[in-house]
Design a protein around this ligand. Structure first.
Ligand code: SF4
Ligand code: SF4
Length: 341
């Protein structure tokens, strides 16, 4: 697989990286096999996080004996918490050096202020870099405007943001600024969190952006085989593919849930992501996933929403969650009613 420089970090990473969330759902041996499959295909850049359950442990075991550029991240906001997490990551992955450590999920200006303040998480990362425990410092977040402000501070060597052909905001200011400053660009959610089903269109779209490294979450070896064969082939988009992308983008608009989970937890224990995406699930899978007892319980629970609005305050995309799930509750009732008749 072709390799490209990750900004000015000095690292040369494979054109496709590895996103470490899905292996947290696999048993240990299967997860290790999936990572080995990726390494065999030439992937040398692996991204994980303290928050991804045992993903760090599984990756750490799978990469021993391999030269892999490791990236991980923590949601700690103060220096003491961050230092503890970096040490825990080193221990989980059984390494004495992590190439890239990122501040995870810096999604609003207040958070950015707190991680950059004296005694904030950035202080700890700088200290760990000085001590030789980490190689470079990066930042991740869901809002391009907050990340633009972060890059302007000159403290970060990479930036990681959701990016795909329906989430193109970073193309306007964030990517040009990052390129100008020599900051490595990492694209998470290349398939829009599972909404974009055509891997060919999604991967080609990102590979046509200069120096943007996608890190698709991988759960099966076949998935990464398909992605790598797209990356190794002819990646220019045909006119028909461009039209298809426009058509899908138009259909989805901006008002869709990215399945990031920042809105959770809900005090009423409502599974907000599932509630937000109920229509898409029925379109893809039919009503079957809602007609068993658990499905019915889920539908009943949505109706207990008190409209407190806590979820909306946490959604980085400012989605009207309350009205969306109320609308979807009505839709589910009518679909389930029809399936009973
Ligand atoms: S508005 Fe409804 S879904 Fe959102 S947190 Fe409150 S109870 Fe839960
Ligand atoms: S509603 Fe918003 S915060 Fe919740 S999963 Fe969807 S996009 Fe993320």
């Amino acid at each position: 697989m072709k390799k490209i420089p990750l900004g000015n970090t000095g690292y040369k990473v494979s054109r496709i990286g590895f996103g470490g969330i899905p292996i947290s759902r696999l048993d240990h041996d299967t997860a290790v096999k999936v990572v080995h499959g990726c390494i065999e295909l030439g992937i040398n850049f692996m991204d994980t996080a303290v928050a991804y359950k045992d993903s760090e442990i599984k990756i750490g075991e799978a990469i021993s004996d391999h030269e892999i550029i490791l990236a991980t991240k923590s949601q700690s906001r103060d220096a003491a918490g961050m230092e503890k997490d970096v040490k825990a990551s080193l221990s989980s992955m059984k390494v004495d050096f992590i190439h890239l450590y990122l501040l995870h999920g810096v999604n609003n200006p207040d958070l950015l202020k707190s991680v950059m303040a004296k005694g904030g998480a950035l202080d700890a990362l700088k200290k760990m870099k000085k001590n030789g425990c980490i190689g470079a410092i990066g930042i991740t977040g869901h809002r391009a405007d907050v990340l633009v402000d972060a890059l302007k501070t000159g403290e970060f060597e990479t930036v990681q943001v959701p990016y795909n052909y329906i989430e193109t905001e970073p193309e306007k200011e964030l990517f040009p600024l990052a390129r100008k400053l020599g900051i490595g660009i990492i694209a998470m959610k290349p398939f829009g969190g599972g909404i974009l089903e055509n891997a060919n269109l999604s991967i080609k779209y990102i590979l046509n952006q200069e120096n943007v490294v996608p890190i698709p979450g991988i759960q099966k070896t076949e998935e990464i085989q398909e992605i790598c064969s797209i990356a190794d082939g002819h990646t220019a988009l045909s006119e028909i593919e461009k039209k298809k992308i426009l058509q899908i983008s138009k259909e989805l608009g901006n008002d869709f849930c990215r399945r990031c989970g920042y809105c959770m937890p809900c005090p009423q224990d409502i599974q907000i992501i599932r509630a937000m995406n109920a229509k898409t699930s029925i379109k893809r899978l039919g009503v079957k996933s809602f007609i068993d007892d658990k499905g019915r319980e889920f539908v009943e629970r949505i109706k207990t929403c008190t409209k407190c609005g806590q979820c909306e305050l946490r959604c980085p995309y400012n989605l009207p969650i309350r009205s969306n799930i109320a609308r979807n509750a009505k839709y589910l009732e009518s679909v389930l009613g029809q399936s009973r008749n």
